[in-house]
Design a protein around this ligand. Structure first.
Ligand SMILES: [Zn+2]
Length: 212
């Protein structure tokens, strides 16, 4: 990340970079694929899943999740900010708590408001259609739609800075927003607290209907 005192830094922002239309298009394709699976039309599902594997998503993810852009990643020193504790072991809350946070946050990233998806749904898609819903060890072997949309939990005050697993410190986030911030506080990177605006609660279920 780049240290800067550029006045532009102080303009409030909700996320590093607004989601591109391809994210919503991929979410729509994956949702239709889930419907096709539930209707036992695996041929259609396979086609839809492959269409959602878009290279534009990888490029978007790269801009945010790797610290390359001075425009996107601005960091300032905040006097009195909690220090980084190097030996803190990361402990995540139980799966039940994790799920309750995704439900509370309407299966949308609380920063950029992208729709996000259930890990279990991704696993089931991979089981049924391993070639289309590809999921290897390396990032390049992962389906780009399923990868960028996968739900993650984000600590508002990072765990490494003393943040806990309370419901007030955890929000649903997409991969780019979660990995893009690293161990910086919201104030250090100039992001608004996502609790200052309500979550998006529409009919998006994070593809959970596939595993219910
Ligand atoms: Zn996001």
């Amino acid at each position: 990340m780049q240290l800067t005192e550029d006045p532009k830094f102080y303009e409030p922002r909700d996320c590093f970079l607004a989601p591109i239309p391809d994210i919503f298009a991929a979410a729509n394709l994956l949702s239709r694929a889930v419907d096709a699976i539930l209707e036992k039309n695996l041929t259609l599902a396979e086609d839809l899943i492959m269409q959602a594997d878009m290279s534009a998503l990888e490029a978007h993810n790269g801009k945010i999740a790797t610290y390359r852009s001075r425009e996107i990643h601005r960091v300032r020193l905040v006097p009195g900010a909690p220090p980084t504790m190097k030996d803190r072991t990361q402990r995540m809350p139980s799966y039940k708590v994790e799920l309750s946070i995704y439900e509370r946050d309407g299966w949308h990233c609380r920063f950029c408001q992208s729709p996000i998806t259930s890990k279990e749904a991704r696993k089931k898609m991979h089981l049924l259609l391993p070639m289309a819903a590809r999921w290897g060890k390396a990032n390049s072997e992962k389906h780009r739609g399923l990868s960028i949309l996968e739900s993650t939990l984000d600590h508002l005050l990072p765990h490494s800075r003393g943040g806990d697993n309370s419901l007030e410190n955890l929000v649903a986030a997409c991969g780019p927003c979660q990995f893009g911030r690293g161990n910086f506080t919201l104030e250090e990177v100039g992001l608004n607290n996502p609790f200052s605006r309500p979550p998006i609660n529409d009919n998006w279920d994070g593809l959970r209907r596939l595993v219910k």
